[in-house]
Design a protein around this ligand. Sequence first.
Ligand code: ADP
Length: 525
Amino acid sequence: MVMENSAYKILLVEDDKLDQMAFERLIKGENLPYDYTVAGSVSHARSILDSNVFDVVIVDYSLGDGTAFDVFKLVKDTPIIVTTGIGDEEIAVKAMKAGAYDYLTKDQERNYLKVLPEIIKNVISHKQTEDELKEYHDNLETLVKERTDQLAREKELLSVTLSGMGDGVVAVDAQKRIMLFNKVAENLTGWKFGEVQSKPVDGIFRVVNEQTKKAIKIPIDKVLGSGKVEVWANGEVLVGRDGNKCPISATAAPIRKNDGTIVGVVMVFRDVSRECEIDRMKADIISLVSHELRTPITSIKAYTETLLCAPNMPEQSRRRFLAVIDEESNRLTNLVEGLLELSRIESGAVKIVRKPVDIAAVVNQVSSALQPLADKKHIRLSTDIGRELPKLKGDEGKIRSVVTNLVSNAIKFTPEGGRVSVCVQHGTGELIMRVSDTGMGIPEKELPKIFGRFYRVYRPDTQIQGTGLGLAIVKKIVMMHDGRIEVESEVGKGTTFTVFLPLKVNRLYRKPSEDRKHTSLAKMR
Ligand code: ADP
């Protein structure tokens, strides 16, 4: 860039000696601040331009060894003024098109020299403005590029953060159209972002009340209305695309512009199935403590107090009281043991030790052990075991517990004189064990619930004791062996539990949380 007061560096390319002299005269006469060099030909100009930089190049169109256009090729970033003879205006126009900053028509009297200083000044100032504009443009371009890169980085960071988040994120605009939908949101709703982008959120994000099962409005509406953050944590249930239900908690907050206008809502939500499960377990424990444990304890306490207060009680009553205390403490022990076993299995603390198990031997041992119980009720207990059954890869102790639970239940829930049979056969890639009885049966609506913890069919007319934990433990053990259990029953006729145990082991025991993925284990008739 040329400073106002410093000398302009000028190259004059002119083959006419008189014109050269006139130019020099002008400079000296006017005392112009020019640091000038004169080239008499194109080749001379080339050698000078090779090692010098000028502020302005003044070039005559017609030179001995070429034209001004040949000099154009040698000059890169310096403004050029072209001089032509009178009548050569057409050439001057061409020169302007080729990049000359200005042109001068030489007259006989060399009057054009009078305007030359002014033209040089204008050209330099023009060039200066152009350079500044170019610099400004370059800076702007760099700035735009930097901002674009920064935006792209921020966008990528946002997308990585959103996809890496453990919570679902949905953002909508003021018209409730979906603008953003992360991976977790996709998984929980069953919709892909591409499918729901710009669609109204209501049809996609369906929520029902846990208790009433009635559809409820998502908090987005409220936030758009009030501009306040809304929190949901009351057992709202998200209904996925395929009808799958999942309890969620959610927080919805307004998205505002700098001036405070609400332009949308962002909702963060998460699957709280596990927390709900824990809450349910807590409620179970409380109900257990308040009922299942308290009842035997109250009874033990009452009978013990009576015994203590009546030392002279007749022997027969004393024995009867002691028998009740014994029975109630057995009930307590069974309850506590069952509870401990179930919680050990559910926590994943119990690993099964897989060894070849002779299921026929296990069934025979269990049926021998329970024979006295069956005899007491005159129940015919029979076994029907297929020949040469393959060995099962499993945990013998746990398999025994399954057989014991099912057979003792069958005896327990079958009235005197009934029949209980255990049949084991070889299915395709699995062993199938059926425990059938001719007992009281289970009402159809109870069937899906009997594998739940503490669940006991309400039978006010019977005195049958139990903890409601046996079938829950059976189900867990069967699942640990990658098997499944089904139940068929008819009230007053009998019940059959069928256990399917695969012979090939190809998976590890799944964590209890994966139980949810299993379809209903109960088969109803
Ligand atoms: P418990 O036997 O200790 O009550 P379980 O978990 O073993 O608990 O069984 C849950 C409920 O399922 C029982 O209370 C009973 O009502 C029902 N049930 C289980 N087996 C049978 C059966 N063979 N016949 C009729 N009802 C049964």
